[in-house]
Design a protein around this ligand. Structure first.
Ligand SMILES: [Zn+2]
Length: 204
């Protein structure tokens, strides 16, 4: 019984013990049926390949133009970083740093840390940093706001459409794919796999 984790449902707050799930099983709340835990199949390898894909998409999304505008015959191309830097030029250093932190630095840091953690689990190497890095990922996650950024960019693009011709860039598609891949990582990654590994390493 002591192996079963006591958790509160994130939807209805009911306290219940989470059974030790087998691969492919899902635990649901007794009262409201919300998913409380899952043990996806081949979690480690799938999360690892998704994380590598996400990193490639992240680089592409930050390299190619995000949106291009043609106004009175002039073409202006904008990347994610140039957008944040133009806020700095416009005299908004705080806003510019916030955009850079939430859309570039935190998401990149999270992905790199996750890649390290998963590689460490996969190849059983460098375990001493896994605990602190996974903690960092958990704390930094709410600050990575790529979805908000995408929504803001789309709204701005639609609004600007009244005044200029807006051309969607390759980076925009990479960005959308990146958000979908990040959601897939959340559904594939089994945090208990990581904590179990940390515990095992500490007992050695
Ligand atoms: Zn519930």
């Amino acid at each position: 019984m002591h192996d079963q984790e006591l958790i509160a449902c994130h939807d209805c707050d009911l306290l219940q013990r989470l059974p030790d799930l087998r691969t492919g099983q899902k635990a649901r709340c007794l009262r409201c049926n919300a998913t409380l835990g899952l043990r996806p199949k081949d979690s480690l390898n799938r999360s690892l390949s998704l994380t590598i894909t996400a990193l490639v998409l992240f680089v592409l999304a930050n390299t190619f133009p995000f949106l291009s505008l043609t106004l009175q015959g002039q073409l202006v191309e904008s990347t994610l970083i140039s957008g944040a830097l133009s806020l700095l030029e416009a005299g908004n250093p705080w806003l510019s740093s916030l955009v850079l932190l939430t859309t570039l630095i935190f998401p990149l840091m999270n992905l790199c840390a996750l890649l390290y953690v998963l590689l460490s689990l996969r190849f059983n190497y460098g375990a001493e940093r896994v605990r602190s890095l996974y903690r960092l990922i958990t704390y930094a996650r709410p600050w990575a706001m790529l979805e908000v950024m995408l929504l803001a960019a789309l709204v701005a693009g639609v609004k600007l459409g009244d005044y200029a011709t807006v051309i969607t860039g390759f980076a925009l598609y990479c960005f959308i794919a990146l958000i979908l891949i990040l959601a897939a990582i959340d559904n594939t990654l089994d945090p208990r796999l990581i904590w179990r590994y940390v515990k095992q390493q500490e007992q050695l």
